[in-house]
Write a protein that binds this ligand. Structure first.
Ligand code: PEP
Length: 249
């Protein structure tokens, strides 16, 4: 059975001081009992080196929130997949809905980003999810399938190496979580799509993201196709994040 993954997306939060406090609480909290899942934090790019140093020797892994679609060169402000790998970053979130919304990232660009990180030995966490309007119009399945199809088409059999995160846009940062039924239904659709694309679909972890907290985590983790969580706001509070990790059986 694959190990679940609980990943914290810090978004644009943190400071050198706050990072030390948060990570010391987190690392200390995980030191006594080995977590039943993989645990990951994704700080802003500017803090990746600091967080890498703070996580030395701990079970907590390091991820990035985004990556450039370019390999290297004159791309001011961008961070390449090779640079992330150089800092021992293990995962990179690609296609987060905030990147799609505020930076106009397309399905094709997200698929290319996934390819770039895979080429550097970093695991992409590919985010997919529908808006409220899309759900209300009955298009949720179609939207997530289209977003994942781009990644499958571009990365072919390598898609078995990605992590997928289903993050309904209407549930991100709103306090409104998908019901277990809504989450399982979409996760099953994504799993079937992966099964059609690769013989190793069962290896792919499909995370749920969208207002996950200590109170709702256990019910989500109990679902057959939910292999962990991508956690935003609650990952900035060590005690809450530790409770989510502890909810993995
Ligand atoms: C996210 O940003 O990926 C996320 C799921 O945020 P939140 O948990 O705050 O809804």
């Amino acid at each position: 059975m694959k190990k679940k993954l609980v990943a914290g997306n810090w978004k644009m939060h943190g400071s050198q001081l706050a990072n030390v406090d948060l990570l010391s609480e987190l690392v200390h909290g995980l030191a006594s009992t080995a977590p039943a899942c993989d645990v990951l934090v994704c700080p802003p790019a500017v803090y990746v080196a600091q967080v890498a140093a703070l996580l030395q020797g701990s079970v907590v892994q390091l991820g990035a929130q985004d990556v450039s679609a370019q390999e290297a060169g004159a791309f001011t402000g961008e961070v390449s997949a090779a640079m992330l790998a150089d800092l021992a970053v293990r995962y990179a979130i690609v296609g987060h809905s905030e990147r799609r919304k505020y930076h106009g990232e397309t399905d094709a660009l997200v698929a290319l980003k996934a390819q770039r990180v895979l080429a550097c030995g970093v695991t992409p966490i590919v985010c997919v999810g529908e808006t409220l309007e899309e759900r209300e119009a009955g298009h949720a399945f179609e939207v997530v399938k289209r977003q994942l199809a781009a990644v499958i088409h571009h990365n072919k059999h390598c898609v078995s190496e990605v992590v997928v995160a289903y993050e309904p846009v209407w549930a991100i940062g709103t306090g409104k979580t998908a019901t277990p039924e809504q989450a399982q239904e979409i996760h099953a659709v994504l799993r079937a799509q992966l099964q059609a694309a690769t013989a190793h679909a069962d290896r792919v972890r499909i995370l749920y993201g969208g207002s996950v907290n200590a109170a709702n985590a256990a019910a989500l983790f109990a679902l057959p196709d939910v292999d962990g969580a991508l956690v935003g706001g609650a990952s900035l509070k060590a005690a809450e994040f530790l409770s989510i990790v502890a909810a993995v059986q």
